[in-house]
Design a protein around this ligand. Sequence first.
Ligand SMILES: Nc1ncnc2c1ncn2[C@@H]1O[C@H](COP(=O)(O)OP(=O)(O)O)[C@@H](O)[C@H]1O
Ligand SMILES: [Mg+2]
Length: 322
Amino acid sequence: MEELLRLEKLSVEYKVQDGYLSAVKDVDLSVNRGEVLAIVGESGCGKSTIAHAVMRLLPLHNERITGRILFEGTDLTQLSDAEMIAIRGKKIGMIFQNPLDSLNPVYRVGRQVEEAILLDGKDMATAMRETEQLFADVRMPDPASQMQRFPYELSGGMRQRVMIAMMLSRYPDLLIADEPTTALDVTIEAQIMDILTKLKVERNTAILLITHNFGIVAETADRIAVMYAGQLVEQGSVYEIFAQPAHPYTEKLMQALPRQSKEEGRLETIDGTVPRLTQVQPGCRFANRCPYASETCRTQDPPTVHAGGTHYYTCHTRKEDR
Ligand SMILES: Nc1ncnc2c1ncn2[C@@H]1O[C@H](COP(=O)(O)OP(=O)(O)O)[C@@H](O)[C@H]1O
Ligand SMILES: [Mg+2]
């Protein structure tokens, strides 16, 4: 497996009124070519912050980043803005929860994808042909006529397909999908996840899938990284995590798995909320919500434990002792 992206001790803090908010803390994580890595955690855990840090698209410019973001061996944090523009879109594409934010309302969707292709110096006839093929690749019915539509004429699921097509038009090595199906109903969600999985296989695109929904990762991800309050608490293959969730937070997330509908299984069923940390203190960030927490958990940083294979978790307690 060839490593494509590696985060080394990545920390992101945001300057806020009462100091610096620790949104991501000391995250070590890698994504290999052609695999789907899912980052899972409740809202506020720092998932989007990681995505935006990799893309260098932190919108408010109030961030302080330490650590390294190595993409094909190059530290993205050290690149100039111009160098970063060359990577964005071409090497790393990103799709968001709400595609309307990224689509231009006044242009037909086919044209928007064609524009992306023209960026690579191809001619218009090629761009049109490739766009139609891409729309077919993302399983749009009747691609040629969909190309003529404006974003407002499409459903949420169709717009997300346009975004995926637009990102794929430039053959990125890495696609970051930040809650790509959160705004969609479960049937459409399943279709979009299916499209992403097929693209991984057909194009060897690595996908960093960000979600608060453990339910969608089982069939999609190769590996899982669980985040809590800015920290990585567990990682491993999808088999390792589903067979033997080792961190108490992961256990809770899996117990809160949505069953039938999106509404029924919201992750808010876990008591408490993710803390907003402006005063970083030693101790486990999950301690105040953890059924197994002891005094040690509240005062000392937990160790990272190897649970076999590619499976690691960061906790003071051992699964077998709980
Ligand atoms: N630009 C910002 N300025 C201040 N705080 C922010 C900013 N962006 C995100 N946050 C805060 O950082 C934390 C992590 O946010 P985020 O990365 O969006 O989490 P997630 O995507 O997992 O929901 C949250 O407490 C959020 O409110
Ligand atoms: Mg987010």
